[in-house]
Design a protein around this ligand. Structure first.
Ligand SMILES: Cc1cc2nc3c(=O)[nH]c(=O)nc-3n(C[C@H](O)[C@H](O)[C@H](O)COP(=O)(O)OP(=O)(O)OC[C@H]3O[C@@H](n4cnc5c(N)ncnc54)[C@H](O)[C@@H]3O)c2cc1C
Length: 407
């Protein structure tokens, strides 16, 4: 593989320093607060405020991390924050999904106007959400029912429908909503819309109580004759008309807001899974060296030491896949074998496997609420579900390696 920066898995001094800074924040601020916010099941605003004060919850930080030429920086930071706590980390990182959509599909004017509004400033925090999923359109994104109809006289788009499982949904100041413009075209008839703060007709529906990542808010978003100005259509009307015309002729479209955003974010979601897995592995390793049964440390049993060896091996293997995908994405190397999906699939399943093994190594002490391992076990599961389930990642990989449109 060759690319703009050359392929290397050795982070530079700058990247290591930023990752260390994120680690210190995770250790000092996030981890001590993890249990409390997991129990409260609320967005941890005071922690986000802390992150904003040091410049971590900001557009500038996320853009710099994402534009790091090696692609590794955002992956490293995501891992560190989730090492602290995945629920809190997702409250800090969740806005980036909407930011990514605006970056990918917005015009330069739209980027300039809306991106700063996604984060706000310390003391006046803002949040953004990216809404694609619906009750009948989860894995099958092509089945979206939320409609966007253009009111030419008013130069406004009218959005109607209900989004579900949306991170920061309803709580966010800015929502990016993917809606169907031409149902006959299925996924090729989708378009992304910015719904600015204060728009009438958008509201939060049900807030979900979850198994894990409970400090991250997840809710329905209801769009009821929600009108946004024509300028809120990501990419602009001329580009949409061109895309729809090409689709009607049977041609391919260069970009789809939903799929493009998820494809770009997969290695970073995978990096989040690494953070949870690493936290559990480290904790279990320390515990196994200290806990004594039958007159010896439990790590002196091969059943335990070999399990830890496997945990570490899978963790490192997952990180290699994540860093490769992050480097490829940043250096515009095509994911010929769906390397982004490979990283998400393997890291997500590794996090579930490692956290389950960690609970086993701790025994009863891993099964109770005052153990962080219990929380990590619950938190890990989401990484095989959101941003494409493990099955969908396998489907994407199978399609890529076979060249067939498998279903
Ligand atoms: C906490 C949380 C946060 C989320 N945040 C967001 C967000 O911010 N924005 C957003 O738009 N969405 C979000 N989602 C939605 C998430 O992306 C979807 O839950 C996910 O894509 C799966 O869709 P589904 O839940 O409808 O499951 P379904 O699609 O109904 O799948 C159910 C099962 O069937 C399997 N399956 C489906 N199709 C196939 C197939 N063809 N082959 C094999 N197996 C298949 C799936 O893998 C899964 O195991 C979030 C979800 C959760 C739980």
């Amino acid at each position: 593989m060759t690319g703009a920066t050359g392929f290397s898995l050795q982070p530079g001094e700058d990247q290591l320093a930023v990752a260390q800074w994120a680690h210190e924040f995770a250790e000092r601020v996030i981890r001590p607060a993890a249990h409390e916010w997991d129990e409260r099941e609320e967005t941890p605003w005071p922690i986000i405020e802390e992150a904003a004060k040091i410049g971590m919850y900001s557009l500038e930080f996320i853009v710099n991390a994402a534009l790091d030429p090696s692609g590794l920086q955002l992956a490293m930071v995501s891992e560190e924050l989730c090492w602290g706590d995945a629920g809190i980390a997702l409250s800090i990182l969740g806005t980036a999904l909407a930011v990514s959509a605006i970056f990918q599909s917005g015009t330069p004017e739209q980027q300039g106007e809306w991106l700063p509004q996604c984060y706000g400033t310390p003391g006046d925090l803002k949040m953004a959400a990216f809404g694609v999923s619906e009750a009948d359109a989860g894995s099958d994104v092509s089945s979206l029912k939320t409609r966007a109809v253009y009111d030419e006289a008013a130069d406004e788009w009218v959005l109607n429908g209900t989004k579900t499982w949306i991170t920061n949904g309803g709580l966010a100041n800015t929502h990016v909503i993917v809606a169907q413009v031409d149902p006959e075209l299925k996924a090729r008839g989708h378009a992304g819309f910015i719904v600015p703060e204060g728009t009438r007709g958008i509201s939060q529906g049900r807030k979900f109580q979850k198994l894990g990542i409970r400090a991250s808010h997840t809710a329905e978003v209801i769009l009821d004759d929600c009108r946004v100005p024509g300028s809120c259509l990501l990419g602009g009307k001329a580009k949409l008309d061109e895309k729809l015309a090409r689709a009607r002729e049977g041609g391919h479209s260069a970009s789809q807001t939903a799929l493009g955003t998820f494809e770009a974010s997969r290695p970073y979601v995978a990096a989040e899974a690494l953070g949870v897995a690493r936290a559990a592995y480290e904790y279990a390793l320390d515990y196994a060296k200290e806990r004594r049964q039958f007159g010896r440390a439990i790590i002196e049993n091969q059943a335990i030491s070999f399990t830890l060896a496997d945990m570490r091996t899978r963790l490192d293997a997952a990180r290699l896949l994540v860093w490769r995908a992050a480097w490829m994405g940043r250096n515009r190397q095509p994911y010929a074998a769906a390397e982004g999906s490979q990283s998400k699939l393997f890291a997500g399943e590794t996090a579930v496997w490692i956290t389950e093994r960690a609970v086993q190594i701790l025994g009863g002490a891993g099964y109770v609420r005052d153990s962080p391992v219990e929380r990590w076990f619950r938190d890990a599961k989401i990484f095989t579900i959101f941003e494409g389930t493990s099955e969908i990642q396998r489907l994407v990989i199978a399609r890529a390696i076979s060249g067939l449109h498998l279903n």
